[in-house]
Design a protein around this ligand. Structure first.
Ligand SMILES: Cc1cc2nc3c(=O)[nH]c(=O)nc-3n(C[C@H](O)[C@H](O)[C@H](O)COP(=O)(O)OP(=O)(O)OC[C@H]3O[C@@H](n4cnc5c(N)ncnc54)[C@H](O)[C@@H]3O)c2cc1C
Length: 394
């Protein structure tokens, strides 16, 4: 197995790097660098920038408007986007619903919805989790009952990321309560303007408004909004989750964070010398860098396999676990490097007794916000369960 990049791939990297250098507005990279929540305006404008270039729907086949990239090209693009401090692409329409519609949607659904995802006309959010159904997703209770040409939906979804910006939500609903849990679920598209829907914000630990809960009371949704067959939703849900876990390792983001930690530790003084010279701190930085290098190789091995043999397998669970553990360790190191100065934002402990270095803002917020990564997209405990079953065959 040759894990080095080909000359064509290296030329592609140069092209992507040049694109970001020439086209990414400074205010966007500054906003990403500063941490904290990005505005809808920034996310929308980045979406348009990539769409105009034809580089938005990186995982879509060319027939639906994708750039036709290989898994390795997608990986290079991600690395370069992180290197340039570009915003993240909002995944719900592009990385989740798009592939579902391409695989399971009717021709009419594909023709209507896919161009609207690309143009940014529709902003989708994900209605899977419920208060009693997260890891055990199949136990979801939101009910959809057929009534003439409509389904009538009652229930509640939760943790709906960026739902406050969305105009549409794709939902898993229970259409048959009398069969085995997995066999009575359907996948349906809902317009958030429909009467009977209420969205309420949930504040995360660092004070940000990133997630919501969504309540459905007698919400009438046209039956034509069902994707695939009635009660086929579990198959679609599982298909979507494999796409949700694409690029789960977050190699580019961790490379970005590692550089930030090192720069910070060179600047911050502890006991009269730069923190990077403190043996205990330096050992933690070295350990996480070694782990990151090992993960990069595992990631490339997986990309190589995906390129040669089709879809990746349960190895994505290894990447999810290692990727999030490394990401969280890096955020912890940044927070520790800054000490009390890491919390200069309002709302949390006002422990910033020392004048904070100018790039200190948001480091504690980032650390706390990042706790989510080992929970969402299937918690790390669940990933370990998957590994013990599929790889260790226990
Ligand atoms: C910031 C954030 C954003 C999210 N965005 C969305 C979104 O946009 N749309 C959406 O639908 N969902 C979203 N989620 C929900 C996410 O998918 C769930 O939180 C996740 O699946 C865990 O479910 P839960 O919160 O109900 O925890 P639970 O399932 O109740 O788990 C609680 C704890 O028990 C552990 N556990 C549970 N079962 C097992 C088991 N069998 N073996 C070992 N350990 C177990 C878990 O790992 C966890 O530590 C988001 C979550 C967060 C935190």
């Amino acid at each position: 197995m040759d894990l080095s990049f080909t000359p064509e791939e290296q030329a592609f990297r140069e092209e992507v790097r040049a694109f970001f250098a020439e086209n990414l507005p400074k205010e966007m990279s500054d906003a990403v660098r500063a941490g904290g929540e990005l505005t809808k305006d920034i996310m929308d404008r980045y979406h348009t920038l990539l769409n105009d270039k034809g580089w938005l729907a990186t995982t879509w086949p060319e027939e639906f408007g994708g750039p036709g990239w290989s898994p390795v090209q997608r990986h290079i693009f991600e690395e370069e986007a992180c290197r340039a401090y570009a915003p993240r692409i909002v995944p719900f329409g592009l990385a989740m619903l798009g592939p579902v519609l391409q695989q399971f949607g009717s021709k009419a659904q594909q023709d209507y919805y896919l161009p609207r995802i690309l143009s940014g006309e529709d902003w989708w959010c994900q209605g899977y989790s419920e208060p009693g159904a997260g890891s055990d997703l199949a136990s979801l209770k939101t009910r959809a009952v057929r009534d003439g040409d409509d389904y009538v939906i009652n229930g509640q979804k939760t943790w709906t990321t960026l739902g406050q910006h969305a105009n549409k939500i794709f939902c898993l609903v229970r259409t048959d309560p009398d069969v085995k849990q997995q066999k009575g679920i359907s996948f349906i598209l809902v317009d958030l303007d429909t009467p009977g829907i209420e969205m309420r914000p949930i504040k995360l630990i660092e004070g940000g408004h990133e997630v919501n809960e969504v309540f459905f009371t007698d919400v009438r949704v046209p039956a034509e909004n069902l994707v695939g067959e009635e009660n086929q939703g579990w198959t679609i849900a599982k298909f979507l989750l494999t796409h949700e876990r694409t690029n789960i390792a977050g190699v580019g983001f961790s490379m970005q964070s590692l550089e930030e930690v090192k720069a910070l530790a060179r600047k911050v003084m502890r006991n009269g010398r730069p923190l990077i010279e403190d043996p205990l701190f330096a050992a933690r930085v070295a350990q996480v860098e070694i782990d990151l290098e090992a993960m990069k190789l595992t990631n490339l091995r997986m990309l190589y396999k995906a390129q040669k043999q089709g879809a990746p397998g349960p190895e994505t669970s290894i990447l999810k676990i290692k990727g999030t553990v490394i990401g969280q360790e890096l955020k912890d190191l940044a927070r520790r490097a800054l000490g009390p100065s890491a919390a200069p934002f309002p709302g949390l402990l006002s422990a910033n007794l020392d004048p904070a270095p100018e790039d200190a803002a948001h480091n504690a917020a980032r650390y706390f916000n990042n706790r989510k990564t080992s929970i969402f997209g299937g918690s790390n405990e669940i990933q370990r369960n998957i590994l013990t079953k599929t790889m260790l065959e226990l």
